[in-house]
Ligand binder design. Structure first.
Ligand code: FES
Ligand code: FES
Length: 158
């Protein structure tokens, strides 16, 4: 099938897509957007998180056949158009919340979603919002610090 969708604000067309392959596969292998990571492929780890029509989704659980006409935003699309990092991305770097980095794109998309909905989340709200994202390196405390830093940066810059 031919897949037409919008990715990071640009119309994209991909030919010879199998309707049963995952959107994650289309993004990474066909559109060469490797930010979304492939770990569990069953909706458990959040490393493949993207926005689908403005709603946070695990791209490993979305079939290519369901993605036609949809608007997708990946971690690459969260950065500003001039490729300057978004405050959420800066905060993860500055807070030391990145170790191996495999989980980081998913945490960044989920944090962006949280802070778009709630500029001043409490720690329980942060933990609840990020409950679908797993990290095996950091112990999560620096990720919580990164979310707090991102909230403060967004208050002043976004
Ligand atoms: S790869 Fe999609 S949730 Fe883990
Ligand atoms: S930084 Fe390695 S899995 Fe989170």
């Amino acid at each position: 099938m031919r897949l037409n969708c919008t990715v990071n604000g640009e119309p994209r067309q991909v030919d010879d897509v199998w309707p049963g392959e995952s959107l994650l596969n289309v993004l990474r292998d066909r559109l060469k957007l490797p930010g979304s990571k492939n770990a569990c492929e069953q909706g458990e780890c959040g490393s493949c998180s993207v926005y689908l029509d403005g709603v946070l989704a695990c791209s490993c659980l979305v079939l290519a056949g369901q993605a036609g006409g949809r608007a997708i935003v990946t971690v690459e699309g969260i950065a500003h158009k001039d490729r300057e990092l978004h405050p959420v991305q800066e905060a993860f770097v500055e807070a030391g919340a990145v170790q191996c980095g495999f989980c980081t794109p998913g945490f960044i998309v989920a944090t962006h979603d949280l802070l778009t909905r709630n500029r001043h989340p409490s720690e329980p709200e942060i933990r609840e919002a990020l409950a679908g994202n797993l990290c095996r390196c950091t112990g999560y405390q620096k990720i919580i610090s990164a979310v707090r830093l991102a909230a403060s940066k967004m208050e002043h810059t976004v």
